[in-house]
Design a protein. Structure first.
Length: 135
C-alpha cells in the first residue's frame, strides 16, 4: 500500500436527500451534506454525493465538495468510492479524491491524490471520515 499522510478529519451531516431513480439493479440517491474539516487546515465543508445503492448492501458514489478555510482559502474536490452496509445503522465508505486550490499556502494539494475512509450513521445522517494524502 502506498505511503499515506494524515491531512484532516471530516465531520458532516446530511442536509437533504433526493431519491433520483429506481433501476432493476438498485436505486440512485443524491445527498447534500455540510460540516467541518479539521487538520492541516480548518474549514467549513459542503458536499453533494450521488450514490447508487445495490440490493446486496453495497454502493458506489461520486462526490463534489468545497472547503472554505478559516483563513479565506477555497479548495474544491471531486471524488469517487464504494461503500457497504455494516449494520442496520451504519455504512462504511472509502474512496479517493482530487483537490484543486488557488491557495499558495495549500498549493501542495493541487492535483494531490487523496484517500478517505469513514462511517455514515444512517439514523442521524452524520458522516465522519479521515482524509489522507497518498504519496
Amino acid at each position: 500500500m502506498p505511503e499515506q499522510e494524515f491531512l484532516a478529519e471530516l465531520n458532516e451531516k446530511t442536509t437533504s436527500v433526493t431519491i433520483r431513480e429506481f433501476k432493476p439493479d438498485g436505486v440512485l440517491i443524491s445527498y447534500n451534506l455540510q460540516g467541518t474539516v479539521k487538520g492541516e487546515y480548518d474549514a467549513n465543508h459542503m458536499e453533494s454525493v450521488d450514490a447508487f445503492f445495490k440490493p446486496d448492501g453495497t454502493y458506489e458514489f461520486e462526490s463534489r465538495g468545497i472547503d472554505q478555510t478559516d483563513d479565506g482559502d477555497m479548495l474544491i474536490f471531486k471524488g469517487k468510492g464504494t461503500g457497504r452496509t455494516v449494520s442496520p445503522t451504519s455504512v462504511h465508505a472509502e474512496g479517493e479524491a482530487l483537490c484543486q486550490t488557488q491557495s499558495t499556502r495549500l498549493a501542495r494539494l493541487n492535483g494531490a491524490n487523496l484517500r478517505f475512509e469513514g462511517t455514515y450513521n444512517i439514523p442521524t445522517g452524520e458522516f465522519t471520515a479521515k482524509i489522507f494524502t497518498v504519496k
